[in-house]
Write a protein that binds this ligand. Sequence first.
Ligand SMILES: *[C@@H]1O[C@H](CO)[C@@H](O)[C@H](O)[C@H]1NC(C)=O
Ligand SMILES: CC(=O)N[C@H]1CO[C@H](CO)[C@@H](O)[C@@H]1O
Length: 510
Amino acid sequence: MSVWILTPRRILWDVVCIAEVIVSVVVHLSYGLSVFGSAVWIDVMSTLSASRPQSRRHAHARVHPIVDENGENSKFVADDDDDDDDERATTRAVKQQHVEGFGAHVLEGHHEKPPIVLLHGIFGFGKEKLGSLSYWGGAEQRYDRILVPDLGALTSIHDRACLLFYYLKGGTVDFGLKRSQQFGHSRFGRTYEQGHYAEWDENHPIHLVGHSSGVQVARHLQHMLAEKAFPGHKTTSADWVLSVTSLSGAMNGTTRVFLDGICPEDGQTMKTISLLQFLRIGVLFYEWLDIPALKKYYAFGFDHYNLSWHKAGMSGLRDTMLGRSGPFAARNWVIPDLSIQHAVEVNKKLQTYPNTYYFSYATKHTRKVFSQILPKSFLGTHPLLFLRALQICLWRHPSHLPPPYDVYRDEDWQDNDGALNTVSQLYPRIPIEHPHCEIGTESTNDEVLQPGIWYYTTLQADHIYFIVNRDRAGVHFDLLYDGIFQRCHTQMRRVLKCQPVEAVKSLCNL
Ligand SMILES: *[C@@H]1O[C@H](CO)[C@@H](O)[C@H](O)[C@H]1NC(C)=O
Ligand SMILES: CC(=O)N[C@H]1CO[C@H](CO)[C@@H](O)[C@@H]1O
């Protein structure tokens, strides 16, 4: 035990730490509000322009949203009807209207082909949220067999995987009896009267494309399918997933969670003064107030915790704030799931399956200056990420603590994209390395791909380069998503027997 001594140095250090937390809170809050504000702005503008049909294409100059000009998707209407079905019915029409405005070609759709499901990351949202703003920067418009579920902005990886299963297959979300008792939430969630892909099975598989923590959701879902973890669905198997594509995927955890306020001691408890504490208090308040118009617009996904005032009352708010109950007390939310320690645990069970194709785009926005790795450029990195990008470069695991895993080295974890360490995004590697194969950044879709191997490549980009705002990446954005969607639909087919062909064997040193 070190004795607490108040030295000038100690005081200075505390001041620096508190200033850092304040700066982080301001930066993240401003970004969050600006995204929220632009979603509202686009909806207001599109509602206005609906009354003036001749000025159609002017509303979406900056963010390239999926604007429903008729205002039909406006989520400010506080009705509680499940309008998923309406939405799907109108999606096609909306897409048709916007194809020309998008400024790029749209690939032809083939209805017999497996759908591609886009899985958002932390703070992400699906099609039904944030009005016409798209988490995927409108990429889902580039193909017509794409699903964009809303899995909760901050819910745990496991809970998202559960939700995803019922979103696709249909039925009432079952989080599992054991887990609901262990983590103190309702066993059952919302009901999907009609699955978005009800015919889903081994012969009608899906493609999963995840960003950031969405990749862990994809891997977790496949694990649960293989384990036949969904009651009443005894025929599930890993083969229900034809491919997994990782975009800046959090497969080995990240050192960033320690900078946000998770203790490096255990990778799950929260520091008293940190960005995450502010987030926790804000989220609990938001969920407690439960303003229907706002929640329909954006929600954190904790409905199974009954946090709202009319269910929990004053005492419920007090208990969650004091850390006696709720998702944060139970540590059943996404941030602890992203620690290195947690990644080591879950990767012991998450497998790379022999009949599924795996593809990974890691992102990196750092470079070596003399012997120190630093953020690539001040202007090129998004303001939201710059401070963390620098901090991740400088992060040293406290020397008095045991390392998160045996062969941990700080220098392996310095290259990053502002949110995740590049080393973590390549392919699952802790505690054991999964089969993998590096391919060049100029990868065309001509290679012979084999299932059961993680093909990976590293792109020079920060963590949010390919999401929300298409304009940041421009032509790279189009190339990336066209490449992914085309690969899904032309190259990844189920093969009956997989023996690595010679070309792949030599390319990948298998
Ligand atoms: C939440 O409320 C529902 C009833 O509205 C109840 O059935 C369920 O058990 C509650 N869950 C928790 C975790 O309190
Ligand atoms: C935690 C971790 O990464 N585990 C793997 C990820 O990266 C390191 C560094 O390359 C590997 O040694 C680990 O096996």
